[in-house]
Write a protein that binds this ligand. Structure first.
Ligand SMILES: NC(=O)c1ccc[n+]([C@@H]2O[C@H](COP(=O)([O-])OP(=O)(O)OC[C@H]3O[C@@H](n4cnc5c(N)ncnc54)[C@H](O)[C@@H]3O)[C@@H](O)[C@H]2O)c1
Length: 317
């Protein structure tokens, strides 16, 4: 099997590439090293993968590279490239819409020329916005409350349009806050672990009572891999959620126990576009793909702390 992975140098994309290679796939990765966060770790990861005989890397922007040839040979395109992040999307909507909406349309238009190529698209729980009750099912009305969420909802609508009109077989996966080794340095867990290591205060948006359905990266990769096996026509949508929403204060307790260091937590104003709670109903993906989250938050967080300590020593974070 041949895969194209967009955003292959990123946090989730790099884990997905490793998994596909282990499964015997041939992988073409594309990434532009967007300056959303530091690139040292991402470049080191690409260099490591590049030594694999079934891996090739194309450095380039999806809005500029010639995609037709790369996509024509693929059984599945895993489209993960994006400018993620709620706060950044308020600051620069042009960048978020270029990287998310326009690039997704380009990927879809390349796939539409090749009816045998399937798409797995990385969507987000941000499409739901502020929900009145959790867990949220996939059919709940989408009311995103951030520009980032709007871009992901628009991408899903584009996937539906191409799927309906060109017959592209597609799966969109709504990932809920993903964490684990190599998590982006602009995301909360990596920031907080760094603060604890440096003895700095941890700055938290809001009172710490926000609830998140954290999902371990290996579970996310498993769901993404299983989605590639769906060969039916049409556009299917699944929540990919860790299954046990917790509030941020619980995470601080766990982090304190794991690092055995004091936690100096400073609360700040809640951030615009962050919902009070997220929680995904995973009945549909369990039924259709047999997927269940396997990692507990405690084990997953321990593994992220271990990764950070190693990467810190090696100067990669
Ligand atoms: N991490 C999460 O918690 C989370 C949650 C929900 C959804 N998602 C989605 O999952 C996907 C992967 O997220 P991540 O956390 O690994 O992010 P990431 O930033 O680590 O990876 C995305 C990669 O895409 C690349 N990229 C961006 N624009 C590009 C372009 N125009 N051309 C080529 N490459 C480009 C970046 O350089 C980056 O390496 C994204 O689509 C994101 O929106 C992530």
């Amino acid at each position: 099997m041949r895969a194209v992975v967009t955003g292959s140098a990123g946090f989730i994309g790099s884990h997905l590439c490793e998994r596909l290679l282990r499964e015997g796939w041939t992988v073409s990765g594309i990434d532009a090293f967007a300056p959303t966060y530091d690139t040292i770790g991402r470049r080191a990861g690409v260099a490591r993968l590049a030594s694999h005989p079934r891996y090739e890397f194309v450095e380039g922007d999806l809005n500029r590279v010639e995609l037709g040839h790369i996509v024509s040979e693929a059984d599945v395109v895993f489209h993960l490239a994006a400018r993620p992040g709620v706060r950044a999307s308020w600051r620069d909507f042009a960048q978020a819409s270029d990287a998310n909406i326009l690039a997704t349309q380009r990927v879809l238009s390349a796939i539409a020329e090749h009816p045998h190529t399937r798409l797995v698209f990385a969507s987000s729980s941000s499409v739901y916005g502020q929900v009145d009750r959790i867990p949220v099912e996939e059919d709940r009305q989408l009311t995103p409350i951030s520009p980032y969420g709007v871009t992901k909802a628009s991408c899903e609508a584009l996937v539906s349009a191409y799927s309906g009109q060109y017959g592209v077989s597609a799966v969109s996966l709504r990932y809920f806050t993903v964490y684990g080794p190599r998590q982006r340095s602009d995301m909360a867990f990596t920031k907080w672990i760094r603060n604890v290591f440096l003895g700095e205060p941890i700055r938290v948006f809001g009172d710490g009572k926000a609830v998140r359905d954290f999902t371990y990266v290996e579970d996310v990769v498993e769901a993404t891999f299983l989605a590639a096996g769906e060969e039916q026509a049409g556009h299917r949508i699944y929540n990919v959620a860790g299954g046990s929403p917790v509030d941020l204060n619980d995470v601080f307790d766990m982090l304190g126990e794991l690092t055995k260091r004091p936690m100096d937590i400073r609360h700040e104003e809640p951030a615009l576009g962050d919902p009070d709670r997220t929680g995904g109903d995973t009945t549909r993906i369990a039924h259709d793909l047999g997927w269940h989250p396997r990692w507990s938050l405690r084990d997953g967080l321990a593994s992220q702390v271990d990764w950070f300590a190693e990467a810190w020593k090696a100067g990669l974070v």
